[in-house]
Ligand binder design. Sequence first.
Ligand code: KG4
Ligand code: ZN
Length: 343
Amino acid sequence: QGSLRVLGIESTCDETAAAVVEADAAGRGRILSNAVLSQIAEHAAYGGVVPEIAARAHVDVLDRLIRRALDEAGCALADIDAVAAAAGPGLIGGVMVGLTTGKAIALAAGKPFVAVNHLEGHALTPRLTDGIDFPYLLLLVSGGHSQLVSVDGVGDYRRLGSTVDDALGEAFDKAAKLLGLPYPGGPKVEQAARNGDPERFDLPRPMAGRRNPDFSFSGLKTAVRQEAEKIAPLTVGDVSDLCASFQAACVDVVVDRCRAALRVLADQPKPPSALVAAGGVAANGAIRRGLARLCLESGLRLALPPVGLCSDNGAMIAWAGLERFRLGWTDGMDFVARPRWPL
Ligand code: KG4
Ligand code: ZN
């Protein structure tokens, strides 16, 4: 098999994205273009993503963005081997926009079509950026998901644990909101935490020490609210200290839960080749440093995609589509959008 090029389309949440990635004959990946347009400004006034606004915004910009991705990659549609689009999970209106557009382009250009699970896009990204081999332990932490997964092959995922309530990104966003920080809260909490004292507030570490690698974050968010209510009105310094204390608790929990997952995997015949982090929250510097410490201590390779490839983007969809296409897996025009679609 020679080199392959895939166009990928992402529209499951509040970023519209299109990208072209290439793999050489040896399977090494390269991003030829990666065009992303965030809708943050459209949603900020509402303090969160409004599904109808998101869907319409995807319609407004997607064709231009695909044009740009092809131009920047120096490709015509004829040079593409397959078209991939995220078919879920996500906000159904937005998913339908990207999926329908991807199918239409594939049909018109006479190219194979690949429907990609958005989570699989996150899960496989470290193979694009770091060439990681199967199996590996995946920490997937985004706005909608917090999971530890053993990635044993393309399409071969074993969920070891997941959140019983809020996702980690959701917890960051909710903590931010109750501290008066703007949407999306994750990066704002990290920013505020830089000047804060992580030890000022004694916050819980939910699930820490449990054998099953599950997560729980709603109690942590409630604890932040209770501490905030005790000292209201909050000064800028209070907000920084609360953010730092909250983030430190999140790091402790994430590291402890990864450790639990590694213990589960220790009994497997083939040990994981690496710990891989993906999803928007994997952009968080404190979490990245916590995972680096864990890997140093356990002698495990750590693969962290660059920050820009942690949050939603088109390259991750193009790459997952390429990995599936390489195995001969394509999808029909009857593939429907899936609002829910576990890995
Ligand atoms: O993967 P993603 O871009 O979208 C989903 O598929 O959910 O993740 C978005 C989530 C949001 O909750 C956002 O607040 C969080 O990732 N996030 C962060 C950071 N950057 C993004 N959370 C903590 N620290 C960050 N630096
Ligand atoms: Zn995502």
